[in-house]
Design a protein around this ligand. Structure first.
Ligand code: SF4
Length: 336
């Protein structure tokens, strides 16, 4: 099967996710004593073969607790880095190291150093969708579940540099009312593409539907506006991390839900609550980086032991400290 794999413009291809593939993946995982973790935005066939699915931080915690020697992280690169930061003694593999993230790429360590130099007394709060090097320059990390709590816990007289997501930053500023907070103008191209007009149109067409909105979405402000104007019943608007969406879906039971996040999330939601009609706010909101983890890439990864993710010890130590400060504040949830 390995000799069928080709490197195409969208990553490794050439292998179908059939029963033979599934058996070979399981055999190779057992041979390597590997655990397969899949993010909620992965292709359905990757989610289905994984030992665990979840959000980025939840999966990193599973990685830290597992007895497996090898962690195969089916997600994007910064997520595999987080697993390595929390489990430095384990081998961490990602099926395609080219699977990046436009949000994590929107601030580099060099840019953050410059920003800090302009605000030497400020505290840095970074969303977990950042590289290990950016986390290493960060005072406290946050997820979309706890970003408000993290910022609220910091001394009111200290300036805050919040990066990299401008929509999550705007949500935090609105919730905390904090004026001395500078927000980096980064965004995820997938979430930013889920726009206010998309949401407004769908909400009008589905007047009884609940709305599950990820705070990184370009439509998050629109959801707040629609609720504030009474155009949508505020009790129907739920701003949720991906992990919280699954919890909410479990309570939902029936009805229609409009979902504003990457469309891979629909697979887990539909499995969690089969009685609910989940509809994407934008059915083109697909992360091409996440979809680079193909059946061929996973097979290649397990067969050859590639691509290995490593983080320099000093960077990992500093990055781990910013994650641990976040966990100490509580309610980390899972972010994306
Ligand atoms: S959906 Fe956006 S934030 Fe998530 S991995 Fe893809 S590019 Fe990054």
């Amino acid at each position: 099967m390995l000799d069928q794999i080709v490197d195409g413009p969208d990553g490794w291809t050439g292998v179908d996710a059939d029963a033979d593939w599934a058996a070979e993946v399981r055999r190779l995982a057992a041979e390597r004593n590997a655990v397969i973790l899949a993010h909620n935005y992965q292709l359905p066939e990757i989610q289905d073969i994984a030992d665990h699915t979840g959000d980025s931080l939840g999966l990193s915690r599973i990685a830290a607790e597992t007895d497996a020697d090898v962690i195969v992280f089916c997600g994007v690169h910064f997520m595999a880095e987080s697993a390595k930061i929390l489990s430095p003694e384990k081998t961490v593999l990602i099926p395609d190291e080219r699977a990046g993230c436009s949000l994590a790429d929107s601030i580099t360590a060099g840019q953050l150093r410059e920003w800090k130099a302009q605000h030497p007394d400020a505290l840095v709060v970074s969303y977990v969708n950042t590289t290990a090097e950016v986390k290493a320059l960060t005072d406290v990390c946050c997820t979309s579940s706890n970003a408000v709590d993290v910022v609220a816990s910091l001394p009111a007289d200290r300036e805050i540099l919040f990066c990299p997501d401008q929509f999550l930053g705007a949500h935090v500023r609105r919730e905390t009312g904090r004026e001395n907070m500078h927000i980096w103008a980064g965004e995820c191209h997938v979430h930013a593409g889920i726009s206010g007009p998309d949401l407004t149109r769908q909400a009008e067409e589905n007047p009884d539907a609940d709305l599950y909105i990820h705070p990184e979405c370009g439509c998050a402000n629109s959801a707040i506006y629609l609720a504030g104007e009474g155009l949508v019943d505020a009790s129907r608007v739920h701003l949720l991390s991906t992990g919280q969406m699954l919890d909410e879906a479990g309570r939902q039971g029936s009805g229609t839900v409009l979902v504003a996040t990457e469309i891979g999330m629909l697979h887990q939601l539909r499995q969690t609550a089969p009685g609910v009609d989940f509809q994407p706010v934008n059915d083109r909101a697909s992360c091409s980086y996440m979809k680079m983890i193909t059946p061929a890439a996973l097979l290649r990864c397990l067969a050859l032991g590639v691509d290995e993710v490593d983080v320099a010890v000093d960077v990992a130590d500093a990055a781990r400290a910013s994650l641990e400060r976040m966990i100490a504040i509580g309610q980390p949830g899972g972010g994306e």
